[in-house]
Design a protein around this ligand. Structure first.
Ligand SMILES: *Cc1c(COP(=O)(O)O)cnc(C)c1O
Length: 411
C-alpha cells in the first residue's frame, strides 16, 4: 500500500476502506473467498506490464520468454491438480471460459441443454440475456421439485428429446454432489458433447471433497477465485483432442493479450491447492457447511434438500415468513453478507426469491470452525426471526463484529 498512498491517496484510501470492510464483515456469499498474500502479490506484480498475445513458443510480441515459462508452469500445475490432458489458463473469467467452449465446438443455432437458472444453473449456459442464449438454442433441465435433486433419468430423457449438441452440468447453488459420471454417460450414449462447469466446486474437487469430472467429462470450465481461492479469473481443461480448437477460441477468437500477472497468480493458487493444508481446508469447508445446515435446521429453518454435501446450502424461507430480499437486507445490516436465492423447483426469479444462499469458503479461510458455525446459525436465526427489530439487529451486529475481530482476514 505505501506506493499507492504516496502517489494516489484517493485510491489508496478507497482500497483501505474496502480492506477494512472485508475485515469487519463476514461474507457467507458462496462464491467469495480471500486470496493469499502470495496470490495477491503475483496478481500485483510487474507481469501486468507485458503483452504476450499467443501461447508459449508462439507469441506475437518479443520478450515473452519468461511469460512462456509462467504460462507453461500454470498449465502444467492445473492439469496435475485436476488430472486433465490440456489446460488453457488465459480466460479472463468463468464467463469467457464458457463462451470459448461454445465458440470452439458449436455452430450458431446449435442446441444446448443446461440446468434452469432458477434451479441453480448459470446465465452463461444459454440465458436469453447472455450471448450464449442469442447464438445457441438453449433447452433446460431442472431439479426434481419433490426432492430438489437432479434426476438423471429425466435428464437422459431430455437429451433424447432435445438432441442437444452440448450437455452442460454444474451450477451456482446446487448443494448436493453432482454425478459427473452419470452426465458423461448420458452424453456419450446420445453422441453429445459434455461440459462440466466447476466454477463453484473447483476447490472441493482439488481438495478431494467432491468427485472430479476429469476423465469422464471431456470439457471442463472453472473460475479460479471461488472455492479454489486464487485470483479472479477462469480456466478451461479438456481432453487433448480438443486442445487446438479450445486454444484458438480463447485467443484470437474471444480475447486479446493474456493477463500474465493473473496467470502467475493462477500458478501460485494451484501450488497452494496441492498442499495437505488445502486438502484440510476444503474438508473443513464442507464440514462447516454441514454444521451450519444442521444447526439452522435445529433452529427451525429448512435447508433445501435437507442439508448439503458441498460448501453451500440454500435456506428455504417459505415457512419462516420472510422473503429472500428481506433476509438479505437484515443479514447485511447485521454485518453478514449472503445473497437471496430462488428455491429450486419453484420457478422463482431473483426478485421473488424465497431462499437465501449460505456458503462457508470465506469464513473457513478466516479459520472459523464448527463452534463458530453454531454461533453463526444462532445469530442468523435470531436475525431472520426479527428482521425489522433495530435493537436485535444491533446486538447481532456487535456479535458479528467480535467474531470478525477474532478471525481476521490474512492474519
Ligand atoms: C461464477 C460462475 C461463473 C462465472 O464466473 P465469472 O468469473 O464471474 O464470469 C460461471 N459458471 C458458474 C457455474 C458460476 O457459478
Amino acid at each position: 500500500m505505501p506506493p499507492i498512498t504516496a502517489h494516489d491517496p484517493e485510491v489508496a484510501a478507497l482500497i483501505a476502506r474496502e480492506t477494512a470492510r472485508q475485515n469487519a464483515a463476514l461474507t457467507l456469499v458462496a462464491s467469495e473467498n480471500y486470496a493469499s498474500h502470495a496470490v495477491l502479490a503475483a496478481a500485483g506484480s510487474a507481469l501486468t506490464n507485458k503483452y504476450a498475445d499467443g501461447y508459449p513458443g508462439a507469441r506475437d510480441y518479443p520478450g515473452c520468454e519468461v511469460c512462456d515459462d509462467i504460462e507453461t508452469l500454470a498449465r502444467e500445475r492445473l492439469c496435475r491438480l485436476f488430472g486433465a490432458g490440456h489446460a488453457n489458463v488465459q480466460p479472463y473469467s468463468g464467463s469467457v471460459a464458457n463462451l470459448a467452449v461454445y465458440c470452439a465446438l458449436l455452430n450458431p443455432g446449435d442446441r444446448i441443454l443446461s440446468m434452469k437458472v432458477e434451479d441453480g444453473g448459470h446465465h452463461t449456459h444459454g440465458s436469453p440475456e447472455h450471448l450464449s442464449g442469442r447464438l445457441y438454442r438453449a433447452a433446460r433441465y431442472g431439479v426434481d421439485p419433490a426432492t430438489g435433486l437432479l434426476d438423471y433419468a429425466e435428464i437422459a430423457a431430455a437429451v433424447r428429446r432435445e438432441q442437444p449438441a452440448l450437455l452442460i452440468c454444474g451450477g451456482s447453488f446446487y448443494p448436493r454432489t453432482i454425478d459427473f459420471g452419470a452426465f458423461a454417460e448420458i452424453a456419450d450414449e446420445a453422441g453429445t458433447l459434455c461440459l462440466a462447469d466447476i466454477a463453484h466446486l473447483a476447490g472441493l474437487i482439488a481438495g478431494g471433497q467432491h468427485p472430479s469430472p476429469a476423465g469422464a467429462v471431456p470439457l471442463i470450465t472453472t473460475t479460479t477465485h471461488k472455492t479454489l481461492r486464487g485470483p479472479r479469473g477462469g480456466a478451461i481443461l479438456c481432453d487433448a483432442e480438443y486442445a487446438e480448437e479450445i486454444d484458438a477460441a480463447v485467443y484470437p477468437c474471444l480475447q486479446g493479450g493474456p493477463l500474465m500477472h493473473i496467470i502467475a497468480a493462477k500458478a501460485v493458487c494451484c501450488a497452494e491447492a496441492m498442499t495437505p493444508a488445502f486438502k484440510d481446508y476444503s474438508r473443513r469447508v464442507v464440514a462447516n457447511a454441514k454444521v451450519l445446515a444442521t444447526a439452522l435446521a435445529a433452529e427451525g429453518f429448512s435447508p433445501f434438500t435437507g442439508g448439503t454435501d458441498t460448501h453451500l446450502l440454500v435456506l428455504d424461507l417459505a415457512g419462516a415468513g420472510i422473503r429472500g430480499c428481506d433476509a438479505e437486507g437484515a443479514l447485511s445490516r447485521a454485518g453478514i453478507a449472503a445473497d437471496r436465492c430462488p428455491v429450486p423447483g419453484r420457478g422463482e426469479g431473483y426478485d421473488t426469491a424465497g431462499g437465501i444462499r449460505l456458503g462457508t469458503p470465506a469464513a473457513t479461510t478466516r479459520g472459523m470452525g464448527e463452534e463458530e458455525m453454531k454461533a453463526l446459525a444462532s445469530l442468523i436465526a435470531g436475525i431472520l426471526r426479527n428482521p425489522h427489530h433495530p435493537g436485535r439487529i444491533g446486538e447481532a451486529r456487535r456479535e458479528v463484529a467480535q467474531l470478525a475481530r477474532t478471525f481476521p482476514v490474512s492474519p
